[in-house]
Design a protein around this ligand. Sequence first.
Ligand code: AVJ
Length: 331
Amino acid sequence: MEPVVDPEETTIRIDSHLDGGQERSLAEDVLDGLTRPFKELPPKHFYDARGAELFDQICELPEYYPTRAERAILERTATELAALTNAVELVELGSGTAAKTRVLLDALHGAGTLKRYVPVDVTESMVRDCAETLTEEYPGLRVHGVIGDFERHLDRVPKAIGPRIVAFLGGTVGNFQPGSRRRFLRSIASLLGPEDHLLMGTDLVKDPEVLEAAYDDAQGVTAEFNRNVLRVLNRELDADFDPEDFDHIALFDQEHEWIEMRLRSREAQQVELTALDLTVSFDAGEDLRTEISAKFTRERVAAELAAGGLALAAWHTDPDDWFALSLARRR
Ligand code: AVJ
């Protein structure tokens, strides 16, 4: 007789929700963004294999402090977070290589509560690889990976098996425009029961020179990361951008308190996007905005959480007050 295996009890389970939706959303986003009076592309399309690799390099740059600052806060507070949350599972939105996640998993494992890790990421290989590695590193840990876009597939996150932490690290919440950010926080709140917590990383407002250097490093890695989105369009939409025809711009918008990355056309030019049957004209010096990365204060984080139906429960920063990790509960 076949042994009866409850799918909920297997060590590794991976659900994939990639159905061509990614390609469609790229095409639709590009059609919207490149026909606006102020051209714009959403930052989520940076991350093809090359983009992910460039982002990993950014995290090592001397100017790019957020990754190091967040890791330091996690290392200092993980034990306390474990004790406060009693979490049996960690759901991570945009888990990537799960590098910083190990600090949290260690603490939950040490507290003796850890049962399950739920990585949510669009990159299939990252979800599969980290499922393999983490189940080996943490005996008894179950991994239920969700391959999908956290903006579209949050409803596919499995039901909680006990108190959970939903982690949204790195400051990625700053990539949303203000209205979408509220909407997204509200949809995260819907993953939380009364026992559960959101753990969120946010970059903080600081000296604009420090901010601008973090997004315009001396080695030009961020410039390459920025231009890489044009290579994505060339490949996926049969476009003919010459990335070298665009300058990398990073500036801090004081009014909105966000960093903007832009690609500035060096000359007047036309670009064909064959798959969209679209010709786009750029003036000399015209900007294409490729990312906003919002910077916060404690008050702003509390207000945004409140607008999403959440309440701040704990706030931790690094010694420079450059980055914050906040813990929130449903209101
Ligand atoms: C991954 C969204 C947190 O906004 O700082 C890094 C992306 N862009 N350098 C950020 C990014 C340019 C990063 N996040």
